[in-house]
Write a protein that binds this ligand. Structure first.
Ligand SMILES: Cc1cc2nc3c(=O)[nH]c(=O)nc-3n(C[C@H](O)[C@H](O)[C@H](O)COP(=O)(O)OP(=O)(O)OC[C@H]3O[C@@H](n4cnc5c(N)ncnc54)[C@H](O)[C@@H]3O)c2cc1C
Length: 97
């Protein structure tokens, strides 16, 4: 499975990116020569996908909690403060992790 079917998140900033990465990584696994069976290739894709998306999903849920919090306006203002936003983007940077 790929995209929201595999890891539906609340509407946040990353659902489409994660879905596109899923498609890319699954196709790479299926085209690689280093798996004995298709099941092995899919299993490898799934393992990586679950590790990657569980982090993003947890962050998306935090964002929704902040949006629904009593002090949500302040939470949103804080979220987009340069240092906090930069840290969040750094955590999601595939090449950086
Ligand atoms: C309000 C909102 C705002 C969002 N904002 C952002 C954003 O800013 N940035 C971001 O990255 N992501 C955002 N997302 C999330 C993003 O839209 C999804 O993560 C992304 O579309 C998932 O792609 P997908 O291909 O997995 O699923 P989908 O885009 O849901 O595609 C699934 C497709 O399958 C079709 N389908 C379903 N059942 C069947 C069936 N039985 N037979 C045939 N076809 C079927 C559906 O009609 C649909 O076209 C937002 C989502 C919402 C709801």
């Amino acid at each position: 499975m790929i995209g929201d079917a595999a890891h539906q998140t609340p509407p946040s900033r990353d659902g489409v990116n994660q879905a596109m990465l899923d498609a890319l990584e699954l196709s790479q696994a299926l085209c690689a020569n280093n798996f004995l069976t298709i099941e092995d290739a899919i299993s490898s894709y799934e393992k990586n996908m679950l590790a990657r998306t569980s982090k993003v999903t947890a962050e998306a849920l935090q964002l929704v909690e902040a949006m629904l919090a009593e002090n949500n306006l302040q939470e949103m203002v804080d979220f987009f403060k340069p240092e906090r936003y930069a840290m969040s983007r750094q955590n999601n940077c595939i090449e950086c992790n």
